[in-house]
Design a protein around this ligand. Structure first.
Ligand code: SAM
Length: 243
C-alpha cells in the first residue's frame, strides 16, 4: 500500500487527482484531529497568520483552494471576507458543510471544483488562500496560472504549505518526524497508514520554498516572498497580481 502512496506523488493528471481525492475521502472524519495532533495545535495559528497576510484590507471576495474541512476558509471569513471554499473531495466538503451549518452566518460558500480548472471568470477575487493543498495538485504551473487568472489586479495569493527543510539537522528531524511518527499516528488515529505515508512523501516531492517562490515569479506574480514556520518544516508564500 505504501508503494502506491509513493507512486501517487510521482504521477500527474487524472490518476493523481483520483488518488488524492479518494485518499482524503478516507481520512476526512479524522482529518482535523490528526492535524491538531501532528502539529500540537500549531496548524490553527499558521492558518490564522495566512489569512491575515492574505488580506491586509479585509472585506473582499476570497477563494480558499483545496479547502478540505474548511478551517482556513473560516479564518478568512472571520476577517470579514466573503469566502468561496472549493474542493473536489466530497467527504472533506461534507465536514466543512457541517461547520457552515453549525456556525450560522459564516459567509463561507462551498463550491465543488478543481483547482486546476477554476469555474470562475477572470479577476473575480481579492485574495486566494490554500492551506496544505498545493503539494497535492497534479500540476503546479497550471494551478498558479489559474490563481493568477481569477485574482483581481492587486489581489494576493497566500500559500501555506509543508516544505522540505534546508539544513542537515532539520532534514534529519523532518525525516524521523514525517516518515516514522506521522504514519504511526495515522495508523493509530485514522486507521490509514497509507494516507499518512503519502502525505510525507508528497512533501519530499514538492519544490523547496525558494523553488516555489521562483515558480510563482515565472507564473507572473510579483512581490513574491515567503516565511518559514514550524522549525523550518512549514512555509507561507505570499504573492501579488500586478495592477
Ligand atoms: C491536506 S488537505 C488541506 C485542507 C485544508 N485546506 C487545510 O488547511 O487543512 C488538501 C485538500 O486539497 C484538496 N485538493 C487536492 N487537489 C485538489 C484539486 N485539484 N482541486 C480541488 N481540491 C483539491 C483535497 O481534496 C484535500 O481536501
Amino acid at each position: 500500500m505504501s508503494k502506491i502512496a509513493v507512486n501517487a506523488t510521482e504521477t500527474n493528471g487524472s490518476n493523481r487527482a483520483e488518488y488524492v481525492s479518494r485518499m482524503f475521502g478516507r481520512i476526512a472524519p479524522r482529518y482535523d484531529l490528526m492535524n491538531s495532533l501532528m502539529t500540537l495545535g500549531q496548524d490553527r495559528r499558521w492558518r490564522r497568520l495566512t489569512a491575515a497576510l492574505a488580506t491586509p484590507r479585509p472585506g473582499g471576495m476570497a477563494l480558499d483552494l483545496g479547502t478540505g474541512s474548511g478551517e482556513l476558509a473560516f479564518d478568512m471569513a472571520a476577517r470579514g471576507n466573503r469566502v468561496v471554499a472549493m474542493d473536489f473531495c466530497q467527504p472533506m466538503m461534507d465536514v466543512a458543510r457541517q461547520k457552515v451549518v453549525n456556525k450560522k452566518g459564516s459567509r463561507v460558500y462551498l463550491v465543488s471544483g478543481d483547482a486546476l480548472s477554476l469555474p470562475f471568470p477572470g479577476a473575480t477575487f481579492n485574495a486566494i488562500t490554500a492551506g496544505f493543498a498545493f503539494r497535492n495538485f497534479a500540476d503546479l504551473a497550471r494551478a498558479l496560472d489559474e490563481t493568477l487568472r481569477v485574482l483581481k489586479p492587486g489581489g494576493r495569493l497566500a500559500v501555506l504549505e509543508l516544505t522540505p527543510p534546508r539544513t542537515g539537522l532539520a532534514r534529519l528531524l523532518h525525516g524521523l518526524y514525517s516518515h516514522r511518527f506521522v504514519p504511526l499516528l495515522g495508523r493509530l488515529i485514522s486507521g490509514d497508514s497509507a494516507a499518512y505515508t503519502y502525505l510525507p512523501n508528497s512533501v519530499d516531492h514538492f519544490p523547496d520554498a525558494e523553488t516555489l517562490r521562483q515558480a510563482m515569479v515565472s507564473a507572473g506574480f510579483r512581490k513574491v516572498s515567503f516565511r518559514r514556520l514550524g522549525l523550518g518544516m512549514v512555509a507561507i508564500h505570499l504573492a501579488e497580481k500586478g495592477t
